[in-house]
Design a protein around this ligand. Structure first.
Ligand code: HXC
Ligand code: NAP
Length: 270
């Protein structure tokens, strides 16, 4: 159900990294339904084409580019192409991420580096490339994760990267505020029907444990995150910057996802 004015983002242009599947695609679709012209970016041209087709099938305006967030020049080209084709840049989502479960003692240096490169360095690349083209009033939103505050078994690489995103959010908000560029982050809790939860909670027992760790005792929906991203990109959030906002059903209240029982289940699922 849409609770927002349907022309909320008329004449706005949004760029969504990782916008070809899961949570980020839902954000792109929601923005398009509210009138924004959207650009999606991820590595796979096939996924880019499919996402564009899905948004257009709903009547939205969409373009897309295949690029890796680890390649600054490729990111810059995608941002420039977006501004060339759609005219400007009002909203930026940095949502591309990589994740796999692996206990730290089994993680190779390259495995650790890969996730930090995609999640943290990739977020810097997206926001830095966008900065030169961002309109005054631009809203930049990064997608963080509960791992940025809680310690989760097999997630040291992700925790390091996402905690970095939270501080990058605050730092850029402070530096870019005078240009009226707002920089915020969303921390989704466990979200139904996503690649992320497929990877982290592959068994029914683990799903039950995760739900039990959430105050509201359920998974969230992709729409829940799209709604938060809509608020943050809208005029309603014009005095909100540097905020790391939880949309997690209260999962953070329990301090994170590590329990011995859960870690045992994760180890068995490897
Ligand atoms: C241990 C692994 C591994 C695994 C890869 N590596 N998978 N180590 N366990 N399961 C190691 C490799 O051995 C290699 O190190 C290094 O990581 C790089 O691997 P590549 O396969 O070359 O990397 P790449 O092709 O760049 O792919 C990146 C990826 C991949 C992260 C590994 O899974 C991916 O593309 N993921 C994108 C989709 C995704 O992850 N979606 C979920 C996001 S959700 P060596 O030393 O061998 O060279 C999310 C959820 C958050 O973030 C929270 C939910 C609550
Ligand atoms: P997803 O469907 O796997 O989405 C990841 C997206 O990022 C895909 O579009 C993927 O497309 C793209 N991507 C991955 N690596 C990339 C790279 N190097 N360069 C460019 N694009 C890249 O995952 P999701 O579960 O919806 O998660 C989306 C975001 O929410 C992530 O930031 C994740 O950390 C966060 N999050 C998710 C959950 C959850 O419950 N799922 C909870 C908390 C936080 P390509 O493969 O084409 O590159």
């Amino acid at each position: 159900m849409n609770v927002f004015r349907t022309d909320l983002f008329k004449d706005k242009v949004a760029f969504v990294s990782g916008g070809t599947s899961g949570i980020n695609l839902e954000i792109a679709k929601h923005y398009a339904r509210l009138g924004a012209k959207v650009a999606v970016m991820s590595r796979s041209q096939e996924k880019v084409d499919k996402a564009i087709a899905e948004i257009q099938a709903e009547g939205g305006v969409a373009v897309g580019y295949a690029a890796d967030v680890r390649d600054f020049d490729a990111v810059l080209n995608a941002v420039e192409a977006t501004v060339d084709s759609l005219g400007k840049l009002d909203i930026v989502i940095s949502g591309a991420a990589g994740n796999f479960m692996c206990p730290a003692e089994a993680l190779s240096p390259n495995g650790f580096k890969t996730v930090v490169d995609i999640d943290l360095n990739g977020t810097f690349n997206i926001l830095r490339a966008s900065y030169d083209y961002a309109n005054a009033g631009c809203s930049m939103i990064s997608i963080s994760a509960p791992q940025s505050t809680g310690a989760y078994w097999g997630q040291a690489h992700v925790s390091a990267a996402k905690a970095g995103i939270d501080m990058l959010t605050r730092s850029l908000a402070a530096e870019w505020g005078p240009k009226n560029i707002r920089v915020n982050a969303i921390v989704p809790g466990p979200i139904e029907g996503t690649e992320g939860m497929e990877r982290l909670s592959p068994t029914p027992e683990m799903v039950a444990m995760v739900k039990n760790s959430v105050a509201l005792r359920c998974y969230g929906s992709k729409q829940n995150i799209a709604d938060m991203a809509t608020f943050l990109a809208s005029e309603a959030a014009s005095y909100v910057t540097g905020a790391v906002m939880y949309c997690d059903g209260g999962q953070v209240l329990a301090g994170g996802g590590v329990t011995h029982a859960y870690a045992e289940q994760q180890a068995k699922a490897q």
